[in-house]
Design a protein around this ligand. Structure first.
Ligand code: PGA
Length: 243
């Protein structure tokens, strides 16, 4: 029996209206799916799903308190959020999130009981030097982002390999490279923490037409889907391909 693959819908700063969020959630509500809307739509998505799990796109490492503009893991848990995406390259780029800051969020979220989808991936300048450079880059990110990780959280950690040059560009990685990277990430997590077979998702221009290329590979445990998660028909084809 094959284990279910995880398909994560990362809506980013979409859609505009709560009615559209509710509709999209209802239409993409499937087993094996995590829906990660903007914070303002979490409650509405929750009300419109029964099979999918609820995810957040970020959180803050502190408990309740004086943290203007932030949303605490505590509030997410209270709302029924199960997964949190951390370290996405767009946050690293536009919000200047550092590995140190991401590490704080990762540890606080795991400690609180959330499942963490930690995003890593190299820029094109790194990949252009070859896949081994990309592997080394990802390894360094994981080293820093997982300082203080404990094997007791083994069942709560998911890694999303998302090469930056593939995100939102239509230029996805090849299944072969993504699988090689996933294998290397699994080996690293095993050798560092003794955690075998950490789930690794691929993200970066996953569409209905290329989903099989990634999801048919045993090393790849699912997909993190941005653009294509905003169209129910397209997204459902991806989740149907998975399971
Ligand atoms: P994309 O985004 O599917 O639009 O490339 C993926 C992501 O950023 O998680």
């Amino acid at each position: 029996m094959s284990i279910m693959k995880l398909i994560v819908a990362n809506w980013k700063a979409n859609p505009l209206k709560i009615e559209d969020a509710a509709k999209l959630a209802k239409e993409t509500d499937q087993e094996g799916v995590v829906i990660a809307p903007p914070f303002i739509f979490l409650e509405s998505v929750k009300e419109n799903i029964s099979k999918a799990k609820l995810g957040a796109q970020d959180d803050f490492w502190g408990n309740l308190g004086a943290y203007t503009g932030e949303v605490s893991w505590r509030q997410l848990l209270e709302l029924g959020v199960e997964y949190v995406i951390l370290g996405h390259s767009e946050r690293r780029k536009y919000l200047k999130e550092t590995d140190e800051l991401i590490n704080n969020k990762v540890i606080a979220s795991l400690d609180a009981g959330l499942k963490v989808i930690l995003c890593v991936g190299e820029a094109s300048e790194v990949r252009n030097k070859g896949i081994n450079h990309a592997k080394l880059f990802v390894e360094q990110q994981l080293d820093k982002d997982l300082i203080g990780f404990d094997a007791k959280w083994a069942d709560k950690l998911v890694i999303a390999y998302e090469p930056i040059w593939a995100i939102g560009t239509g230029d996805a990685d090849t299944g072969e490279n993504a699988a090689e990277m996933a294998k290397s990430i699994k080996q690293l997590i095993n050798s560092k923490f003794g955690v075998k077979n950490v789930p690794v998702l691929y993200g970066g221009s996953v569409k209905a037409k290329n989903a099989k290329e990634f999801l048919s590979r045993p090393e790849i445990d699912g997909a993190l889907v941005g653009g294509a998660s905003l169209e129910a028909g397209e997204f459902n084809k991806i989740s149907d391909t998975a399971n």
